[in-house]
Design a protein around this ligand. Structure first.
Ligand code: UDP
Ligand code: MG
Length: 136
């Protein structure tokens, strides 16, 4: 049975600032993802706080929201079979030091906070995150 899903991907400021968005999009496409929609935007800090609300009690929350709103990001809807899990696999572990070889974070991540990409962690959160950025 086929299980086509959509997930939300963000190319974060550290990667955008190094002009890695083209290379990262190619990695998605080579892995079989279709980039259904994409746009470059700059978030206000309040929008980053809303997006990352699940982390509001974490010690890194304020820095994370400052960072995500510090310069432009690329937000994309990615689609393929089991897209949510497939994207998490292609991204690699949150800390680039622990990310498997060939993953986006292993190749491009600088540190646990500047780890180049975001990806939804469940199908339910993918729906919430997609509607956050693509309201139609
Ligand atoms: N993060 C951080 N310090 C930490 C853990 C996470 O700065 O100790 C940042 C990092 O940018 C990460 C984001 O917070 O991507 C969200 O954390 P999460 O645990 O959801 O990781 P992800 O789902 O992005 O792998
Ligand atoms: Mg997460």
């Amino acid at each position: 049975m086929s299980n086509i899903e959509q997930t939300l991907s963000i190319i974060k400021p550290d990667a955008m600032e190094r002009n890695l968005d083209g290379e990262i999009k190619l990695m998605f496409e080579k892995d079989g993802f279709k980039i259904v929609k994409g746009k470059k935007i700059k978030l206000a800090k309040s929008e980053a706080e809303e997006f990352y609300k699940v982390h509001e009690t974490k010690p890194f929350y304020n820095d994370l929201c400052e960072y995500l709103s510090s310069s432009p990001i690329m937000v994309m809807i990615l689609e393929k079979e089991n897209a949510v899990l497939a994207n998490r696999k292609l991204m690699g572990a949150t800390n680039p030091k622990d990310a498997e070889e060939g993953t986006i974070r292993e190749k491009f991540g600088i540190s646990i906070d500047k780890n180049s990409v975001h990806g939804s962690d469940s199908v339910d959160n993918a729906k919430i995150e997609i509607s956050f950025f693509f309201k139609n």
